[in-house]
Design a protein around this ligand. Structure first.
Ligand code: NAP
Length: 336
């Protein structure tokens, strides 16, 4: 089969398109004929050896896939050959065939096209877990989203709006703010606005913002600490800006603020204890709710940009140069 292979932990520029043997079907797993696989910041770190998980070399990267089930291990009862699915797999997504544990592969209704299906488990799943499971977002609250035109940020804007929040988007320039506004943000601000955190606090009644979604870190986190309201929640999603912030515990105490870590990997078996089975019902329920939102037309993102397998490196160039908006995809198969 055709696959993108990581042969050394030297970064995405060295990924190679190769002909390789399909992976064996393991117990508890299904084989998927892959249609799409996501291009995410996390994968750029994995192939550079800068992520908490390091697959054994050589390996096929790619962790969020959509496609059709072609083979099912005997123990698996909830999936069948021919099912349209989306899944989070440990690695192996940039290939014509991928194998994933059935606990993290979900059936997707006909009404959800394969490109959007690929976004559900992680691009939408991360902000869903953050906003609903971790921050317990309530209708009528304010939500501030940093990196609001990016992969998880844009999905956070959409989900916060659907939850009945007032959504404030922050992005680098006007064009990217416009993307966030088109996906449901009520207001948008440039990330280089002077004293952004304090200004947003003043604009929002002097009290500040209830929930802050931060996939960027660094200075964005500093703004978050200034903008957050008493009893507010700051969701630590990632450090796309490159700097891991230090949390001033005295300010948490004074402001009654919670800084909350969010690792979708806990729910998909990517942490050392591998809790994917424990969280499978919760994940399945989330995917069903997201699928219904797409099927009912309530979740209507712009169609994701898709690159062919041959242009995987170009996709990562676009990612690191911040030329993209939303989550990008690799289109592995052109067959309907
Ligand atoms: N916790 C979890 O479970 C989880 C799940 C998925 C992703 N993540 C993390 O979330 C972060 C975002 O992931 P993503 O896939 O959404 O990435 P992405 O599409 O590249 O989005 C990141 C956004 O951050 C902003 N940004 C600000 N400074 C940046 C810099 N120096 N370099 C790159 N981007 C910068 C960019 O927006 P502007 O250009 O408009 O500033 C960009 O749109 C990553 O750290 C990723 O590892 C975490």
């Amino acid at each position: 089969m055709r696959a993108i292979v990581c042969e050394a932990y030297t970064g995405y520029q060295d990924l190679k398109l190769r002909d390789v043997a399909p992976p064996p079907l393991r117990p508890g797993c299904v084989r998927i004929a892959v249609k799409y696989c996501c291009v995410g910041f996390g994968t750029s770190l994995i192939v550079a050896g800068r992520y908490q998980r390091k697959p054994p070399l050589p390996f096929v990267p790619g962790t969020e896939v959509s496609g059709v089930v072609t083979e099912v291990a005997p123990e698996v009862s909830h999936l069948a050959v021919g099912d349209r699915v989306a899944g989070i797999i440990d690695w192996g997504g940039y290939a014509e065939e991928a194998v994933g544990t059935a606990d993290t592969v979900w059936k997707i209704p006909e009404a959800v096209p394969f490109d959007l299906a690929c976004l559900l488990p992680a691009a939408y799943g991360t902000p869903w877990a953050a906003l609903h499971w971790r921050a317990h977002l309530q209708a009528g609250e304010t939500v501030l989203v940093f990196g609001a035109a990016g992969g998880v940020g844009r999905c956070a804007v959409e989900l916060a709006r659907l939850a009945g929040a007032h959504v404030i988007a922050v992005a680098r320039d006007e064009a990217r703010i416009q993307v966030a506004l088109e996906h449901g943000a009520h207001e948008g601000w440039r990330s280089d606005t002077p004293d952004l955190g304090r200004m947003l606090k003043e604009r929002h009644g002097g009290r500040g913002i209830n929930v802050i979604f931060d996939p960027v870190g660094g200075q964005c986190f500093e703004h978050a600490m200034k903008a957050v309201a008493p009893e507010g929640r700051i969701l630590v999603i990632g450090f796309a800006g490159g700097t891991i912030p230090q949390v001033p515990a005295n300010l948490l105490l004074v402001k009654n603020v919670a800084v909350i870590g969010v690792n979708l990997g806990l729910y998909t078996g990517w942490t050392p204890g591998d809790e994917r089975q424990t969280h499978a019902p919760k994940m399945r329920d989330m995917i069903n709710q997201l699928s219904a939102l797409v099927a009912q037309g309530q979740l209507r993102p712009a169609p994701p940009t898709a690159f062919s397998l041959e242009h995987t490196v170009d996709a990562f160039d676009a990612l690191v140069e911040r030329r993209h908006t939303g989550r990008m995809l690799i289109r592995v198969s052109d067959q309907p």
